[in-house]
Structures are given as structure tokens and as C-alpha cells.
Design a protein around this ligand. Structure first.
Ligand SMILES: Nc1ncnc2c1ncn2[C@@H]1O[C@H](COP(=O)(O)OP(=O)(O)OP(=O)(O)O)[C@@H](O)[C@H]1O
Length: 273
């Protein structure tokens, strides 16, 4: 269950639209939603549906054409983007690790900017490496190119968590990984979410991943919210033909009327459709 630490939503979208210059269609159209503190929201949809745009509107890598985005109750158009981003963890598939910096230096980036003292930074780097199951003595001084893809993604996750942000944005962080590594990282994320009370917004195009991880799933298609509900609600009552189509991908694993158990140990049941 999400830890409801605060009545103020972690993130709110109030009638938000975004169209990129020259694009025929809006990347996001009239999106309104509220993400409570402590939720793990998976943003799901097909390619080009607007998932990344939605995430980037939360940390002001994009600004909306219309509407308001609030983080922790603040209209972020009034917040300096650099200051905003220091309080939000951001993890992307390409990891964005700095190639000329060691693993420790990459993880220490934001804490260093925030002026943490050396001892606190060193302790935090080791704590995070242990958290993502990379032995500090072995990995601290390596460069990103000396790591496997899965290890790089673990370092990316550690870096996003470094300054203890209350809000984490993750854009397909476990994409391009083999199934076993992916499942391991999902388990680590679930444990982290359970223990930390942080809010996570997690983009994926994989419905199985979303059903496994999410407290709520936001389904987007062509910039329009199709459904925003718990996994169980989505399985029982898919709101649109698009959501029904998405669910076909898990038809074999969660059959009509059968119960299954997701990554949180919840029983998810699907009515006939
Ligand atoms: N910087 C940009 N300039 C112009 N168009 C863009 C830009 N970023 C995104 N778009 C367009 O906005 C729409 C939504 O893109 P977005 O990246 O949000 O989709 P997505 O759901 O994350 O897709 P994917 O799963 O392929 O990453 C697409 O049609 C895309 O081409």
C-alpha cells in the first residue's frame, strides 16, 4: 500500500496540453490527474503516446502550452527549473552517466552540487551501491564504459536516488535488459518503494511490468488519458478499446476470471472482456 505521507498531491496536472512546433497532433491533450504522495504510477502506452512528454513536464524539461503542473502543491512554472530538478530524481534508459566520471563521481553529482560534506557523500555512495547490489569496493572507481548495460542502469538508479528526492521520475529505466536482470531490478524498485514512501512515476511500454509494479496505471494514447486506475481496476474494467487492446498482451498470463498474483503479492483478477 502507498504510504500516504501528505495530503498535498505529489504531482498534479490541471488541463495540461502540449504540442511541439510543426507537429500535426498534440503530444498531450487536456491532461488532468493527481498523483498522491507515496504512489508508484506506471505510465503506459504505445510509442509516441506522450509518456516521455508527460514525465518531462514534471521536471520542466518541457513546459506546457496550456494548463498548470504542480509538484508538491507548487505551480512549477513559478519555480526555477534547476532548483526544481535538484529535488526530483530522474532516471532514463540511456542512463545519461558522464563517461569521464567514475561511478562514485556520477552518483555524487547532485549531493556535491548541494554542498554535502565529503564524508556524507562517500557514505551515501556506498549505501546506494549496496542498495543496487554493486559491491562498492569493486565498482566505486570504475568508469561507465567498464560496466555492463544492467550495471550502468543500476548506477543510473543510484544516481537518481542520491540526494534523497521525495519524487522519482523513471523513463523506461529497465529497457534493453534481459528478463532476469529486469526482474531483479523491478524487485529492487518494489522494495525501495515499500521502504521509502517516495513517489515514483515510471514510464514503460510493457503492461506486464506495469501490472507488477504499479499502485496506479496511467494509460495514454495519442496524448489522451485513456484510463488512470489501479491495476486491478484496469484488468476488471478496461475503460476504452485502446486499454482492452493493451490487455491482449497479457491475455495468456491473466485469463478472464482467473486470479494471478502481482509483484506486490496482490491478487489481481480479471473479469471477462
Ligand atoms: N522535442 C520534440 N519535438 C517535436 N516533437 C516531439 C518532441 N518530443 C516528442 N515529440 C512528439 O510528441 C509525441 C509524443 O512523444 P513522446 O516522446 O512523449 O512519446 P512516448 O509515449 O514517450 O513514446 P516512446 O514510447 O516511443 O518513447 C510524438 O508524436 C513525438 O514525435
Amino acid at each position: 500500500m502507498p504510504t500516504q505521507t501528505d495530503a498535498t498531491p505529489a504531482v498534479e496536472f490541471l488541463d495540461v496540453s502540449k504540442r511541439f512546433p510543426g507537429a500535426a497532433e498534440a503530444a498531450l491533450s487536456h491532461v488532468s490527474l493527481s498523483i498522491a504522495a507515496g504512489e508508484l504510477v506506471c505510465v503506459l502506452g504505445t510509442s509516441g503516446g506522450g509518456k516521455t512528454t508527460l514525465i518531462k513536464l514534471i521536471n520542466r524539461l518541457h513546459d506546457p502550452d496550456e494548463g498548470v503542473v504542480r509538484v508538491d502543491g507548487r505551480d512549477i512554472s513559478q519555480v526555477d527549473p534547476v532548483e526544481l530538478r535538484r529535488g526530483i530524481g530522474y532516471v532514463i534508459q540511456q542512463t545519461g552517466l558522464f563517461p569521464h566520471m567514475t561511478v562514485a563521481q556520477n552518483i555524487a553529482c547532485v549531493p556535491s552540487i548541494l554542498g554535502w560534506d565529503r564524508a556524507r557523500i562517500d557514505a551515501r555512495v556506498d549505501e546506494l551501491l549496496n542498495l543496487v547490489h554493486l559491491e562498492p569496493g569493486e565498482f566505486r572507481d570504475r568508469y561507465p564504459k567498464q560496466l555492463s548495460g544492467g550495471q550502468q542502469q543500476r548506477v543510473g538508479l543510484a544516481r537518481g536516488l542520491a540526494a534523497e528526492p521525495k519524487l522519482m521520475l523513471l523513463d523506461e529505466p529497465f529497457g534493453a535488459l534481459d528478463a532476469i536482470t529486469r526482474t531483479n531490478l523491478q524487485d529492487e524498485l518494489l522494495a525501495l518503494h515499500r521502504d521509502s514512501g517516495k513517489t515514483f512515476v515510471f514510464v514503460t511500454h510493457d503492461i506486464s511490468e506495469a501490472l507488477r509494479l504499479a499502485t496506479k496505471i496511467l494509460v495514454l494514447d495519442r496524448g489522451v488519458v485513456q484510463q488512470y486506475a489501479t491495476p486491478s481496476e484496469i484488468l476488471r474494467h478496461p475503460a476504452t478499446p485502446f486499454v482492452r487492446e493493451l490487455l491482449k498482451a497479457v491475455e495468456g498470463t491473466v485469463r478472464a476470471g482467473e486470479a494471478a498474483v502481482d509483484g506486490r503479492g496482490r491478487s489481481v483478477e480479471r473479469s471477462g472482456m
